[in-house]
Design a binder for this molecule. Structure first.
Ligand SMILES: Cc1ncc(COP(=O)(O)O)c(C=O)c1O
Length: 460
């Protein structure tokens, strides 16, 4: 689809138009596109220091000034845009940002449409809902994902997505805590910690922020940190299956993690956004581990199960047993945060979420996940056939491909320049990601097959 520059309309952002497939080319099209069914994604660009005649007296939040460059994905989008301007005829395929591509199953959109139409009737209209989410959806989440784990409907907070809840949790914890993250990890944990003022400045020599414990996850330790070398922190962000490495922690590893948190009095924030991609017997929830309810919060999402990345629906579980050092329930404070910063997830999205958890919705979600898992096999097999060491893939829609001794951004540029494929440089997820690229299996089948062909041409 066309890529249009609308600088007159968007002074500090550029706008890329995404058509029905994820193959992009910048053959010229003009503004009438705006009236057609195209998707416009505004990509924030680093704002240049402008020459202004007037300045406010408000000083910049010093934590914002600590953040490095752009958030990873806007930077990738910017480089892709530059590439498309350089090669207007190229068919660029994205295996980069972990965004879903397949349509939402109709059984789910029908439920959303029905709820939407009902809003036009007196009987079916509803305004603000409960900030914590609709009772029947909370109950369905508790039953479906935590059925025999002792999690109750009232422990579930429905949200507009896991990323939003990461930030709400950071507001809950405040600026006086120290946190640990897997290295590499999903960038929102570190960046939200910086924004909250929990960290020191970025240390260029080690590519780390001060006052964050980076728990190295590499092939050598099976992508599970050596906890004997990890310092005690208040909060431990832990994502399994992990984005970007694609590896899931085993039961035995999670038992060790929970014990580590209990020994140190820490709280684990367990991100299970990819749990439905697990194929083996790795736990789907941290609450499968005895003793976790006293030390863990779980965040999750419909984004990667039902294609809800645009619809926006997720949830957070905070068991009643989880209390602060003064005995105050964590869930009570989170409830206060939610009621203050959020007016509840969209009622239409919640109707979709409820349908996701019906027998037919669950079947449809498993089909969506199954489709992406087949894509993952194609990606993994491609790199393996070319002699690369590939990790992940089995329990997550990501392959973590090793290019020993090379810079991840150089590999990213090589694959973009020579094969017109967008990947994600591993170093964007933390210093231990250097030398790797993450290849996402979200994509239409023909694009994944075409990408596989181009990679074989490039590296055979
Ligand atoms: C590990 C992880 N957590 C959370 C999210 C965000 O999910 P949501 O779309 O629910 O905000 C993502 C999205 O890619 C992710 O990879």
């Amino acid at each position: 689809m066309a890529l249009l520059q609308l600088s007159a309309h968007f002074s500090s952002s550029s706008c890329a138009f995404f058509g029905d497939d994820d193959v992009l080319s910048s053959t010229s099209k003009t503004l009438p596109l705006l009236r057609r069914n195209v998707k416009c994604r505004c990509i924030a660009e680093p704002v240049e220091m402008m020459q202004t005649v007037y300045k406010t007296k408000v000083s910049r939040n010093e934590n914002m000034a600590k953040l490095q460059a752009g958030y990873l994905f806007p930077e990738i989008a910017r480089r892709r845009e530059v590439h498309m301007l350089k090669y207007p005829e190229a068919k660029v395929i994205s295996l980069g940002i972990g965004d879903t591509t397949e349509p939402i199953p109709e059984v789910i959109t029908s439920a959303m449409a029905e709820r939407s139409y009902a809003l036009s009737t007196v009987a079916g209209y509803s305004g603000y809902g409960a900030e914590q989410g609709e009772k029947n959806l909370r109950a369905a989440i508790a039953e479906t994902y935590y059925g025999n784990l002792g999690i109750q409907e009232t422990d579930i907070f429905v949200s507009d997505g896991a990323k939003c809840d990461i930030s709400r949790l950071q507001i809950l914890f405040g600026s006086n805590v120290m946190m640990a993250v897997q290295d590499p990890s999903y960038p929102a944990y570190v960046d939200s910690s910086v924004i909250m003022g929990q960290t020191g400045p970025f240390q260029k020599d080690v590519e780390k922020y001060g006052k964050i414990e980076y728990m190295k996850c590499t092939p050598e330790n099976g992508f599970f940190p050596d906890l004997s070398t990890v310092s005690k922190t208040d909060i431990i962000f832990f994502c399994s299956p992990n984005n970007p490495t694609g590896s899931a922690a085993t039961r035995e590893q999670l038992v060790r993690l929970v014990q580590f948190a209990r020994d140190n009095g820490s709280i684990i924030v367990y991100d299970s956004a990819y749990a439905m991609y697990i194929s083996d017997d790795c736990p789907r929830s941290i609450f499968e581990i005895p003793g976790a309810k006293e030390v863990a919060i779980e965040i999750s999402s419909f984004s990667k199960y039902a294609g809800f990345t645009g619809v926006r629906l997720g949830w957070t579980v905070i068991p009643k047993q989880l209390v602060f050092s003064d005995g105050f329930p964590v869930a009570k404070d989170f409830n206060r945060i939610v009621c203050t910063t959020f007016n509840g997830a969209s009622n239409i999205a919640q109707a979709g979420g409820l349908e996701c958890l019906s027998p037919q919705g669950l079947k449809a979600m498993h089909e969506v996940v199954g489709f992406y898992k087949e894509n993952t096999d194609i990606v993994v097999d491609t790199f393996k056939s070319l002699g690369f060491k590939v990790y992940g893939g089995r329990n997550a829609p990501y392959a973590w491909v090793h290019f020993p001794g090379r810079s991840s951004w150089d590999v990213f540029e090589e694959i973009l320049e020579k094969a017109h494929l967008v990947t994600t440089p591993g170093s964007g997820f933390g210093p231990a990601g250097e030398g790797f690229i993450r290849v996402s299996a979200f994509g239409h089948r023909e694009n994944v097959l075409e990408a596989s062909k181009r990679l074989k041409e490039l590296y055979m």
